[in-house]
Design a protein around this ligand. Structure first.
Ligand SMILES: [Mg+2]
Length: 392
């Protein structure tokens, strides 16, 4: 079997979903997805020339080749790795279809038959903590057993970066990583309102988007301890792992990070320094399914759990679900499309997300078939529909 073509279609979801289709001379094909980013579809085609004519089942070797030939073009991190991730996921789907086995089988089989998903709820309609509580209850009523809110946005005590008036006596600049005391109280009251609204059964996480310095991050994490959050995400900026180590060691609130790292090498220091209790690779961005498996196994030697970041369509989400099923230290995976009503319509046979879980089946590959009509109706302006170049 030989690869004959690599094609892309960019779907206009809440993010641009970069779908990758790989075809062979035996009529078997695979469908993958790369995380969004300017130029990702172009980079898929840039990489494709090095694998056309090759055996698609030698996935490790093909990825090694692409990494070597694109080593001067970002193959250590960034959108080149993202493009490679979409190719890799398509190759695993193709492998599954060629051998009539689900992807999870190739990673050692399943610890679980359904993948727990958390809903990213962002924020309330207003800064009133009661609005966050209302939103939390609404999402839990939809079946989710795990939810996340942003703590760093909409804080009425933080100066709006676009507003040059000072809205409060205790206004706080967003640039210096310092938390004002009213600002801190507001964050704690939001998290408290959400926890009280949903009770102890639900996993509650809070995201801080790399905003704070070490001491203020510790203050926040310690104030949140009585709420037993499943994690506090990205309390400090992403550049300095040693700074994050101090936060992680100073609080019982588990610290999570890792959505912007690439390849197993990018996670090496984070894991070996035990800078976080939970890590969040974005699988269609950081290298793909096998790269994630390597990171998960490395993390497991430090008893670190995995909670993948995810903004993908059903194709990327379910494909990643297969490798999540195969790692013991999987905790929960993100779902970012709660407001995209047609998310589940992009594939045939019904929404793969059922009551806050992705149930896996035994169909070959990731088991999904694209709904061509829905995909075409939501094709991103300027993208080709599975052309051999990114544009029509
Ligand atoms: Mg995040």
């Amino acid at each position: 079997m030989k690869i004959t073509s690599v094609r892309t279609a960019v779907i206009d979801g809440n993010f641009p979903w970069v779908l990758v289709r790989i075809e062979t001379d035996k009529g078997v094909s695979g469908l993958g997805e790369a995380y969004w980013g300017a130029g990702v579809a172009e980079l898929v085609h840039r990489a494709a020339r090095y694998i056309i004519g090759q055996d698609p089942t030698n996935i490790g070797k093909l990825m090694f080749i692409i990494e070597r030939v694109l080593s001067g073009e970002g193959a250590q991190g960034g959108t080149t790795v993202t493009a490679m991730s979409g190719i890799e996921i398509a190759l695993w789907d193709l492998m599954g279809r060629a051998h009539q086995l689900p992807i999870s089988t190739f990673f050692g089989g399943r610890f679980r038959e359904k993948i727990r998903i958390y809903a990213d709820c962002h924020e309330g309609d207003t800064p009133d903590p009661a609005e966050y509580a209302r939103r939390a209850k609404e999402v839990v009523a939809d079946g989710f057993t795990a939810i996340k809110f942003d703590l760093d946005n909409e804080n009425p005590y933080t100066l709006d970066v676009t507003d040059d008036t000072y809205p409060s006596r205790q206004w706080v600049e967003p640039y210096n990583r310092v938390i004002g005391s009213q600002e801190l109280d507001w964050m704690v009251s939001v998290a408290t309102a959400v926890r009280e609204a949903v009770g102890p059964e639900i996993m509650v996480a809070m995201d801080a988007h790399w905003k704070f310095g070490v001491n203020d991050a510790i203050k926040l994490a310690q104030r949140l301890e009585p709420l037993d959050l499943v994690w506090l995400e990205d309390p400090t900026p992403p550049h300095n792992i040693d700074a994050l180590v101090q936060v992680t060691r100073s609080t019982k609130t588990p610290i999570l990070t890792g959505e912007s790292l690439y390849t197993k090498w990018g996670y090496r220091d984070l894991i070996e320094k035990q800078a976080a209790r939970i890590i969040s690779p974005d699988i269609p961005k950081m290298g793909g399914l096998s790269e994630f498996k390597k990171v998960a196994d490395h993390a497991d030697m430090y008893y670190i759990a995995m909670a993948p970041h995810n903004v993908a369509s059903p194709i990327g989400t379910v494909a990643c679900g297969h490798v999540c099923a195969a790692v013991s230290n999987f905790l929960v995976m993100e779902y970012h499309a709660h407001d995209v009503e047609w998310w589940g319509d992009l594939v045939e046979g019904g929404n793969p997300l059922v009551d806050g879980f992705i149930p896996l089946n035994d169909k070959p590959g990731h088991g999904l078939t694209l709904n061509e009509d829905v995909a075409k109706a939501h094709l991103k302006k300027g993208s080709s529909y599975f052309g051999e170049t990114p544009y029509a």
